[in-house]
Design a protein around this ligand. Structure first.
Ligand SMILES: Nc1nc2ncc(COP(=O)(O)O)nc2c(=O)[nH]1
Length: 287
């Protein structure tokens, strides 16, 4: 059939209204032992220079973290954490770069917001510090509540679920309900499945394949898959964390397709390219 046979009119290519691409959250771990880039930014200047590079490459915001959350990492005091991150937060804020502070400690959250952070990113979802929710309620910030079940020392034992997507959704929902009881504005809440925190590779893939069930909670979703071990499971045994960047970028594109709020990545360039592909695919035009 020629097109006009079908509808009596020429087929009109309907261009979808483009969905906004996910925000790119560039990772700045100011820690000596983070699993993939630990110890490369020992000075404030090195850290600020790297964050400024990520921003130039396309990061919409920078996630600054002073305590490694990799499995088995030893804990540090909030004071030590603040000594590492606050000078960096202040220097980046002075450059007009949007910052999220990656911390489970309410005191660090307060100090970082005073230094210019506008988002608190708490991998523990308020479980590691009883004062966090009360503190967030008193701050004018967005709050990222991630699914978590305990500190990295014993994460694997904690990875027991009846049905991981439903269980994670329910446990996040409980944390959000409590946040709202503390008076936190719903519009300030972002949720995150906490990939790799008390989860096996299979759990992580099930959560990624069912992001829509997390989104049905009604909050923006952040995904943090970058360079994590479960991606490495798809690669040759001798692959290093940096070799996981192509897989990370593909996750970014698929997460965009799933409508997420943001993706948290180490390598901004590859995710930026992946999201440019997604946008062009979605809209039939370049970003
Ligand atoms: N919101 C959020 N924050 C996070 N912070 C640290 C890590 C651990 O990874 P890293 O050591 O590469 O920072 N993962 C997350 C995550 O998945 N989501």
């Amino acid at each position: 059939h020629r097109n006009s046979d079908v509808a009596g009119t020429d087929m009109v290519l309907v261009r979808r209204t483009p969905r906004p691409r996910p925000r790119i959250m560039g990772i700045l771990n100011v820690t000596p032992d983070s699993f993939s880039d630990g110890g490369r930014w020992n000075t404030v200047d090195d850290a600020v220079a790297h964050a400024a590079l990520l921003h130039e490459q396309g990061a919409d915001l920078i996630d600054v973290g002073g305590e490694s959350t990799r499995p088995g990492a030893e804990r540090i005091s909030p004071d030590e954490e603040q000594q590492r991150v606050i000078p960096v937060v202040r220097a980046l804020a002075d450059r007009g770069i949007q910052i999220s502070i990656d911390t489970v400690n309410s005191a660090t959250a307060v100090a970082a917001v005073e230094a210019g952070a506008t988002i608190v990113n708490d991998v523990s979802g308020g479980l590691a510090d009883d004062e966090m929710f009360r503190t967030i309620a008193g701050l004018d910030v967005d709050y990222i509540v991630s699914h978590w079940r305990g500190h990295s020392a014993n994460m694997d034992e904690l990875a027991r679920y009846n049905e991981v997507v439903g269980d994670v959704r329910t446990e996040i929902q409980r944390r959000v309900a409590e946040l709202i009881i503390w008076g936190v504005d719903e519009k300030r809440i972002i949720v995150d499945p906490g990939l790799g925190f008390a989860k096996t590779a299979e759990h992580n893939w099930k959560l990624l394949g069912n992001i829509d069930r997390l989104e049905s909670l009604g909050f923006p979703v952040l995904i943090g898959a970058s360079r994590k071990r479960f991606l490495g499971g798809l690669l040759p045994d001798d692959a290093t964390p940096v070799d996981r960047d192509p897989a990370t970028a593909i996750v970014s594109a698929l997460a965009a397709q799933a409508g997420v709020w943001g993706v948290r990545v180490h390598d901004v360039e590859s995710t930026r390219a992946a999201l440019a592909v997604w946008t062009a695919w979605e809209t039939g035009a370049t970003a």
